[in-house]
Ligand binder design. Sequence first.
Ligand code: FES
Length: 198
Amino acid sequence: MNEDDVDRLDRNRRHFLTVATAVTGLVGVGAVAVPFLSSLKPSARAQALGAPVEVAIGAMQPGEMVRVLWRGRLVFVLRRTEEMLGRLSDNIDNLRDPDSEVVEQQPDYSANEYRSVKPEFLIVEGSCTHLGCAPLEDFEVRPAENWGGGFFCPCHGSKFDLAGRVFKGVPAPTNLRVPPHRFVRDDLILIGQDSGAA
Ligand code: FES
């Protein structure tokens, strides 16, 4: 890893801490990490064990990402900008599964060019499909590196684009997984439950 990589990781870690601090105000009650299951009331225990998680997205700005927990798994909710969406077709030839052909990695309703129900909102599990590390967001565009923004896994260098699609030549074998979810309202999503067609 060279100095640029180290700088980039430091920046991303600082950004992670900032965003993680902001998450609490954005997510619903089910999204709070709960360390002691035995001390919870039955409804809270059910939520911690796997109940769907509400995420309020009305106040999210374009380009903003929040992290929530669902069933103990990290989930990224990214509101993509128009520019981000426009870059999704730039690197198709360098992606391993650009058309979401590995069906286990997303519900049918997200098997499209945006890997989402609404193009603006990407919802993926924050778990690298190599060995499960949490990828870091890296939304900086660096044309010299052929990088239009996406996610970088610091453990072994896997890279994913802004739709969570894995690049060729990295250890991760598949795209980031899209969890079941649906839009309850324009400003509210439910992660962990869908109606078959979101
Ligand atoms: S766990 Fe992400 S590259 Fe190995």
